[in-house]
Design a protein around this ligand. Sequence first.
Ligand code: ATP
Length: 206
Amino acid sequence: MAQIVAVTGGIGSGKSEVCHAFAALGVPIVDLDLIAHALSEPGSIAMQHIRSRFGDEVFDAAGRLNRAALRAWVFSEPTALEDLNAIMHPAIREAALQHIAQADNAPYLILAIPLLVESRADWPMIDHVIVVDCTEDLQIARLVTHRQLSPDMANMMMQAQSSREARLAIADTVIENQAGLSELIENVHNFHKNYLKTCLTIKTIS
Ligand code: ATP
């Protein structure tokens, strides 16, 4: 069984760049955001449940999820978010576990979970947690520069997430992303080198 290494971090911290660097090293990536998107394809079982709970109005004429309509519902009705999570979270988890099982031959895999602090209890199988970290000012600057968000919007999205301290508290390894991309890639390479040794030790003693 491959070791499961979670990658988490705040919005704009550099999780995707870190995952790209791991992928370039041949490490399998299981990305919860990508899984959630795939589960939102028209006709999926999850979408059938969404339709029975929220109705036709959260879908467009082609049967695609209207995220803006769903978001509006979630903000206006207190139980809507709970219901949405109750539909999506188990489906995402089950699909992720299937992807994890397929990566069995690798020494370790990366499980990209943006909101791990909020859902740690759902993922007892994680062996190691990497938190990608930078200052909040830099998070905002990246979102403004690369995502064309206003500083206010970037700040609001950041404040809606768990705090930097709460993320750092669940870290086994912190990958700093305070400098350029080449430094970030070097940090990933260092982790990879060391963690492969850990995997070998675990394999030897188990
Ligand atoms: P989100 O939570 O919004 O998905 P993320 O944590 O995955 O964000 P990235 O998408 O990796 O963050 O990074 C945000 C933006 O900042 C991207 O455009 C990325 O290329 C850029 N970026 C990340 N790290 C660096 C860096 N060290 N130097 C320069 N640009 C960077």
